[in-house]
Design a protein around this ligand. Structure first.
Ligand code: ZN
Length: 171
């Protein structure tokens, strides 16, 4: 695996290097996502996927080289753990806003008290499918994290009746 710190030789501060939280809310996120077990779940998934686990900035963990096919995403977040199948050097070069997007999901785990996050997330995903035919475009959590930085498109909403018909056609 490639090292994340590509700036070491120049002496620049690496924005993706390990650091402790710098603000009260960031400390609350670190402790809260440990207490609600979502960070442990994220680390467990990273271990199962044989990813390299590293400490990242602001009390986050940045894992890379994840080898399983599920979830189907180039990067995903569970608790304070943000994981990619590639390397973060590659990912941040290709998608400069992606880490910011994934970090916003870490706050969503905090305020959903951990893994219960998946319940409202799934409902919002269903709502988005109904309204736009897309998993993210009208999903509150993806909109809050930032559609564009997450690699999603904003799409026009369709009438609910049209959405129901379209969903039924797929069943
Ligand atoms: Zn997202």
């Amino acid at each position: 695996m490639r090292p994340i710190n590509t700036h070491a030789s120049t002496g620049d501060v690496n924005p993706y290097g390990p650091s402790w939280p710098r603000t009260g809310p960031q400390w609350l996120r670190l402790v809260g996502n440990f207490v609600n077990l979502s960070t442990e779940a994220g680390l467990l998934v990273a271990v199962i996927g044989r990813a390299d686990i590293r400490r990242g900035p602001r009390g986050l963990f940045l894992c890379e080289g994840y080898r399983l096919r599920f979830p189907i995403a180039s990067a995903f977040t569970i608790g304070n753990v943000i994981t990619t199948g590639r390397t973060w050097t590659e990912m941040t070069a290709a998608h400069p806003g992606l880490l910011k997007h994934e970090e916003r999901h870490t706050w969503q785990y905090l305020y959903c008290l951990g893994l219960p996050f998946y319940l409202p997330y799934s409902l919002c995903m269903g709502w988005s499918m109904l309204r736009t035919g897309d998993r993210a475009a009208r999903n509150f959590f993806e909109r809050q994290a930032g559609l564009a930085t997450g690699g999603y498109r904003d799409l026009p909403v369709r009438p609910i009746a049209d959405g129901i018909r379209a969903v039924l056609r797929q069943v």
